[in-house]
Ligand binder design. Structure first.
Ligand code: F6P
Length: 320
């Protein structure tokens, strides 16, 4: 093997740059040339790529986002796009591909490996909804971003006896809202996986303020409701002055945490080693602290990763 390629696809997250760097440095240590594809699968279809050197990845480790850029590519859902992607890889002489992304990216990777391309996928999505890995790349940094924001909010909330509703990302998965709720001491974490009763929430908020608490924080995953709707319902029911914060894409950026930097290094290096060993069609993951491998075929039919029941129990025990 002489040459491999790497791309980032789907929604970006912190730690993608660190992973590209690990792939490049590990590739070069093994006498491989590494090609960076721009804008995910779109760059494969449009033939946008460049040879990466240690200089290309210098100073990128601590930077969020992805310098190769990313895209959600509709053409990869159809046969002509997939065929074009394979042709580009053949034309550039790439004998293996590392795909860093979420579930849509893994489906694309699966289609390429079915067409004979040796592919290793790396799970990257702040939602932590990818199956067969305890943690995806970017989740830990996103959680730290959320905590930083909520800690700031608590200061101002306490100064005004206010309730804040904080909306996190997570269209279909409440992991970020739940875990940040536990870690910041929120009163509630509303997630798409569990029903909630706004009347009960209001009664509890009233009780808290009657007991002399000076702030309340309600985390809500975007898939469980809009922060503004929940704030309006609270105001209409019990008259509380309720403010909101929609964290949006702020959660996805920023310098990766130490956890994500280490995970990026382990994923990137293992991906190159796997290609060199002739492994293909797998997604790497973190399982009980070790880097594990799962067949992509299994990953793409695995559905979304469910929130660990012990986390739900932990939250319930702590009164969230
Ligand atoms: O898939 C990750 C995610 O961050 C979701 O939680 C969120 O709904 C979505 O991406 C936002 O995507 P976009 O960047 O396309 O608006």
């Amino acid at each position: 093997m002489k040459r491999i390629a790497v791309l980032t696809s789907g929604g970006d997250c912190s730690g993608m740059n660190a992973t590209i760097r690990a792939v490049v440095r590990s590739g070069l240590s093994n006498n491989l040339e590494v090609i960076g594809i721009q804008k995910g699968y779109q760059g494969l279809i449009d033939q946008q790529y460049e040879l990466l050197t240690t200089k290309s990845v210098s100073g990128k480790l601590q930077v969020g986002g992805t310098f190769l850029q990313s895209a959600r590519c509709l053409e990869m859902l159809e046969e002509p796009g997939r065929r074009r992607a394979v042709e580009t890889l053949q034309e550039m002489g790439a004998e293996g591909l590392v795909v860093i992304g979420g579930d849509g990216s893994h489906r694309g990777a699966y289609e390429l490996q079915k067409r004979g391309v040796p592919v290793i996928a790396i799970p990257a999505s702040i939602d932590n909804d990818i199956p067969f890995t305890d943690m995806s790349l970017g989740v830990d940094t996103a959680l730290n971003n959320i905590l930083h924001a909520v800690d700031c909010l608590k200061d101002t909330a306490s100064s005004h006896d206010r309730t804040f509703v904080v909306e996190t990302m997570g269209r279909d998965c409440g992991y970020l809202a739940l875990v940040s709720g536990i870690a910041c001491g929120a009163e509630y974490a509303l997630i798409p996986e569990s029903a909630y009763d706004i009347d009960e929430i209001c009664k509890h908020l009233l009780r808290r303020f009657q007991e002399g608490r000076d702030n309340s924080i309600i985390m809500v995953a975007e898939g469980a409701g809009k922060a503004q709707d929940i704030a309006d319902q609270i105001k209409n029911r019990i008259g509380f002055e309720t403010r909101i914060m929609v964290l949006g894409h702020y959660q996805r950026g920023g310098s990766p945490s130490s956890f994500d930097r280490l995970l990026a290094a382990r994923f990137g290096v293992t991906a190159v080693e796997a290609l060199l060993q002739g492994t293909s069609g797998i997604m790497l993951g973190l399982g009980c602290g070790a880097i594990i491998q799962t067949d992509l075929g299994k990953v793409i039919v695995g559905g979304r990763r469910k929130i660990d029941a012990t986390l739900l129990k932990l939250a319930a025990t702590l009164g969230i």
